[in-house]
Design a protein around this ligand. Structure first.
Ligand SMILES: *[C@@H]1O[C@H](CO)[C@@H](O)[C@H](O)[C@H]1NC(C)=O
Ligand SMILES: *[C@@H]1O[C@H](CO)[C@@H](O)[C@H](O)[C@H]1NC(C)=O
Ligand SMILES: *[C@@H]1O[C@H](CO)[C@@H](O)[C@H](O)[C@H]1NC(C)=O
Ligand SMILES: *[C@@H]1O[C@H](CO)[C@@H](O)[C@H](O)[C@H]1NC(C)=O
Ligand SMILES: *[C@@H]1O[C@H](CO)[C@@H](O)[C@H](O)[C@H]1NC(C)=O
Ligand SMILES: *[C@@H]1O[C@H](CO)[C@@H](O)[C@H](O)[C@H]1NC(C)=O
Ligand SMILES: *[C@@H]1O[C@H](CO)[C@@H](O)[C@H](O)[C@H]1NC(C)=O
Length: 406
């Protein structure tokens, strides 16, 4: 099998091989949608991986964005970023004016990294900023799922959109999509995880396109074997390439960071072996394509999700016999540790890769959780404070797994 992400660099004598390979792949792809054998054979793993219920609203009439964008061959490089760059007036800050600064220009790069040595971006606070949001929640139709576009729901309060994260004791560049794309030129950013990762991916797509339509962005899903299996709600991932800088941003659904293999690939309702000690095949195959990898897992590690997804734990290629994993938190711990150990071992042979593990965002329910009578009608931003100064992560399992790793 061709390693999709690499085919754009084949040159000279390799071109003929590339053409042959492309021809072959075209033949393979052409009957893809119609031929049940090929579909079964090639997509067996993917088609069973659909998150069955991330949806918490009645989304029956909300469509998913699959991409399907028109390709424009000529790269378009926009000259100016649409975001205004006027200085922020930190009138609302008091004692922190000196430590909470932002809006550093590109040229200050080296000074910035020297000053930020040892800085912890996770400590800081949210400050009101009239330059937010970066994109309109109703305007970014190209990338934002309807069910996450709060601006097109019946919600009426939007003050939560007007905040900026300000790390304590570090200078942070103001985000600018134009310079971001340039800095990420020829690079691939991959989000791999559950729907939180998908949200982060969509948000980044909206930020990078400044919330504007970008018809020139190419759908590169096929380079990564990601097509929507027939009858599935959505594909397992999306891949977009910004031709002006050759920046690729992708998302792949892997809610458990374990390898999922249906036990009977010709049965859509088959149980799925969830190999706790094996990273997803997609990552093993495409890791060499990535420059930045943002991982997450968490919300699917409970009995309900396991049953819904028909996941059956496997260890060492065999159904799990370790009774400890009846406690699903222990199974998660085992998986995350195995995963992180594997990834760390890969970094030696993938020196340009930077990997990040994000944890889950706080819940917003009041007076209980989602299933214990809580409500999420709190519409006042930062009602529990605006500062985060703790040293530890709230997810101890992930924190311990990544500690001391690269
Ligand atoms: C969702 O909405 C559709 C029509 O808009 C309706 O038929 C269906 O019963 C609703 N489902 C739930 C769970 O409310
Ligand atoms: C969903 O459908 C209902 C009627 O079935 C309609 O009133 C509502 O506006 C629709 N919502 C969206 C976001 O399209
Ligand atoms: C991408 O790499 C090519 C060489 O392969 C180089 O000419 C080009 O300037 C690079 N683009 C960016 C935005 O870094
Ligand atoms: C695009 O970037 C990839 C790396 O992500 C690189 O391999 C490829 O050569 C680049 N293509 C061009 C045309 O510069
Ligand atoms: C796999 O699923 C197919 C379709 O449901 C069924 O006909 C077949 O018997 C199953 N194979 C096994 C080994 O269970
Ligand atoms: C998590 O796994 C690690 C590595 O196997 C182990 O050292 C640690 O005790 C486990 N922690 C829990 C809470 O199970
Ligand atoms: C949220 O709703 C609950 C019950 O529906 C109510 O008791 C509570 O006062 C509401 N809280 C806010 C902040 O509106």
């Amino acid at each position: 099998m061709m390693k999709g992400c690499k085919f754009t660099i084949l040159k000279g004598i390799h071109v003929s091989i590339a053409v042959l390979t492309l021809g072959f792949v075209t033949i393979m792809l052409w009957p893809w949608e119609n031929n049940p054998f090929l579909t079964t054979f090639l997509l067996a793993q993917q088609r069973f991986r659909h998150p069955s219920s991330d949806v918490v609203v009645n989304a029956s009439n909300i469509s998913w964005s699959y991409g399907g964008h028109t390709k424009v061959n000529k790269p378009i490089l926009k000259k100016e970023a649409p975001m205004k760059r006027e200085r922020h007036n930190p009138s609302s800050s008091t004692k922190s004016v000196t430590t909470f600064t932002s809006d550093v220009e590109d040229s200050d790069e080296e000074v910035l990294s020297a000053e930020n040595a040892g800085c912890n971006y996770a400590k800081g606070r949210w400050v009101a900023d009239s330059r937010r949001p970066f994109y309109s929640g109703s305007g970014c139709k190209q990338w934002l799922s309807g069910m996450w576009a709060c601006r097109i729901t019946q919600r009426t309060d939007f003050s939560f959109e007007g905040y900026r994260w300000q790390p304590k004791n570090c200078k942070m560049k103001e985000f600018n999509w134009f310079s971001f794309l340039r800095r990420m030129g020829n690079k691939t950013i991959a989000f791999v995880g559950d729907s939180l990762g998908r949200q982060q991916f969509q948000s980044m797509m909206c930020m990078v396109s400044g919330g504007e339509e970008m018809p020139e962005v190419e759908d590169a899903a096929r380079d990564y074997g990601l097509v929507k299996p027939r009858g599935a709600k959505r594909p397992d991932g999306w891949v977009y390439r910004f031709p002006s800088t050759n920046t690729t941003i992708l998302y792949y659904w892997s809610a458990s960071l374990s390898d999922l293999v249906p036990l009977n690939s010709s049965d859509r309702n088959s149980d799925v072996a969830m190999h706790l000690d094996r990273p997803p095949a997609f990552l093993r195959r495409y890791l060499h394509c990535f420059d930045v990898l943002v991982l997450n897992t968490g919300h699917h590690w409970n009995r309900g999700k396991l049953e819904q997804n028909r996941w059956v734990m496997y260890v060492n290629g065999k159904p799990n016999e370790n009774e400890e994993f009846e406690d699903i938190g222990k199974a998660k711990n085992f998986t995350v540790h195995s995963f992180v150990r594997w990834l760390d071992s890969q970094l030696t042979s993938h020196p340009r890769l930077k990997a990040f593990f994000r944890t889950i965002s706080p819940r917003h329910y009041l007076n209980g959780d989602w299933n214990t009578g809580g409500t999420c009608n709190n519409t006042v931003p930062l009602s529990r404070g605006s500062e985060v100064l703790q040293d530890e992560s709230n997810d101890k399992v992930i924190e311990r797994a990544v500690r001391g790793q690269r």
